[in-house]
Design a protein around this ligand. Sequence first.
Ligand code: ADP
Length: 327
Amino acid sequence: MESRIKTIGVLTSGGDAPGMNAAVRAVTRAAIANGMRVKAIFRGYKGLIEGEVQEFTTQDVSGIIQRGGTILKSARCEEFKTPEGRRQAYETLVREQIDALIVIGGDGTFTGARSLSQEYNVTVIGVPATIDNDLWGTDSTIGYDTALNTIMDCVDKLRDTGTSHERVFVVEVMGRDAGFLTLNAAIAGGVEAAIIPERATIAEQIDEALGQGRRKHKNSAIVLVQEHAVEGGAKAVAEMIEQEHPDYGTRVTILGHLQRGGSPTAYDRILASRFGCHAILALLDDQRSIMVGMQNDEIVYVPMAQAIKQKKDIQADRWNALHVLSI
Ligand code: ADP
């Protein structure tokens, strides 16, 4: 059966994540392999409103699978949050004869896509890409594994100085409202304590970790702090530790945008390639308003409304493991 979709549009939006390029490549090549034309939209919804569109061939996505960031660029676009902005975006879709839109991004990107699809009956497919891994319905999002590995490398390096100089390093980690990056980097880096928004145990937890470590002759420690878990972030936590444990030298490291860059891991490249292919298969299957996800290594289609509205819970067993292993 021939697909009713002749031309797709593809864009990346929101915070950039390593592996977005691998997803753009996969979407482009899978679409062309299935007889569709591909129109690349630059700068996310801003480019959609302003008509920054270019037809892509398979060659346009050569040599990008290993590159971090996004060749399509990304932008935040307040205008798209308004009905007038979305009307202009829809006009671009009509003008460019785009029958379906594939959006690669996070929660905000999907919220915008859903509004567009509700108002104008546009077929949209979401490909989850955010280092925060905060989307419900998928075990992992594109970019999360790479960021996790970057943070782990940084923790390893800080550990060298921490043990040599007998210090506490308080390290601030990204994640918006979610603690996945912090919790899992904490386990992988073997740190003494982690502070995440999903669990409110700050003062006691740090005291326990540092106090018990001391008694067991630990002379240094690493504490990870999710950026929005505590008002004032890592700096505030460091001040608290300095007051309670003045015998330690305390240092703050804010990893910042280091966490977003770099070449994607094999895991993220494969995930992005699978998601990209399945976004096209979803269109052939007449799906609309869904997010492509991965659950227990199987690809699934999740209603976009659910992916946006439901909150993915932090993995309780991992939280427990961190506590058992950190002391
Ligand atoms: P992410 O997709 O990584 O969560 P943002 O939250 O910054 O990133 O969202 C990316 C873009 O999606 C925004 O700049 C805006 O254009 C669009 N967007 C976000 N929230 C909404 C909303 N409630 N309604 C319409 N568009 C939205």
